[in-house]
Design a binder for this molecule. Sequence first.
Ligand SMILES: *Cc1c(COP(=O)(O)O)cnc(C)c1O
Length: 428
Amino acid sequence: MSRSAELFDRAKQLMPGGVSSPVRAFRAVGGTPFFVTRAAGCRLTDADGKSYVDYVCSWGPLILGHAHPAVLEAVRGAAERGWSYGAPCEGEVRLAEVVCRRMPSIEMVRFVSSGTEATMAAVRVARAATRRDLVLKFEGCYHGHADGFLVRAGSGVATLGLPDSPGVPRALAELTVTVPFNDAAAVEDVFRRRGAEIAAVIVEPYVGNAGFIAPEPGFHATLRSLCDAGGALLIFDEVMTGFRVAPGGAQARLGVRPDLTTLGKIIGGGMPVGAYGGRAELMRLVAPEGPVYQAGTLAGNPVAMAAGLATLLETERPGFYEALERRTARLVAGIGDAARRHGVPVTAGHAGSMWGAFFTGGPVRNFAEAKRADAGLFARWHRAALERGVYLAPSAFEAGFVSSAHTDADIDFTIAQLDAALAAARPR
Ligand SMILES: *Cc1c(COP(=O)(O)O)cnc(C)c1O
């Protein structure tokens, strides 16, 4: 028995599914998850000494790859000065300055400890500002695990094929209206019927939690104008896309200015950080300036702030995003070529270094179309890739990521292995 399998057996006795977050259990792809003992650059090493080129990258935060020297130095330096103060520190100010500079729609920001907290608080602010309760979200979008968001949610909820989660009071679920992503007419229809009740439209500007789905041209501009006309706020959930798809996030790439933005993942550089921010007039509603309550024991943690700051500053090197996008485009094209060679229909795409591939002829514009992809083929491909030393997200409903630690040689290696994995996985 492998060391990972042994650890997993012990874990299953102690933790639901043996994991701390559901998709890690490999339920959608079969087999047992590997347990990681160390990580450096673009590679993970498991408890049995096998190494993998990693396209999960901690589910998005590690845009520089694992244990990047600049981040390691920042974390070490911060930890030596003590790792939690329960009082303000300079790191918060410095990270806030970078976030606000790079995303001008964020005039003021509040740090929290996860993306889930960020979206919960942003919606609370939107409800307080508009004195309305209804939230419009899109099928397959994931905004963390707070009650009101577990309605037709993506990520693990989609991976496990769960209906909306038990434990969410109906009264709360009824405050969330869902429509298909990329369906402007459906949004318009909800505004026509219930516009006076809508506090906010929340959206993953590029969907990453139903697999990777790009918005159609003009979709977000339409959301912007419907929100303006209806007196609702537009919230971009950029927990995944923020500082990933462009130096200024999806809002810069798409040229649409949201009222509120939620962040996480990259801004913590792999440490537990989230943030929400937006127009100053809205953020001044937050306690202690305003009445909207939100707090956190470990919020603004000095080690986490240092990791996030070091990560963001590294991404400001000239050509950083261009090089990353070029490599990602090559990977995605390589997967497309391999699929064509093996006669497998595929719809693949990317934005910056966020990417995805569905085994379907497409188009994939929304969650329903994403679910048409061949799940069995994906599972076999995933297992075959893992055997060949490539770690893809263990679910077809998750985006992949390329980091600056992935070299051209790593991408070449990956394309060759994924090609061979597809040959092994395809139905004959
Ligand atoms: C990951 C993610 C979240 C949740 O963040 P956590 O830190 O896991 O709570 C929310 N929204 C989006 C778009 C995400 O990708």
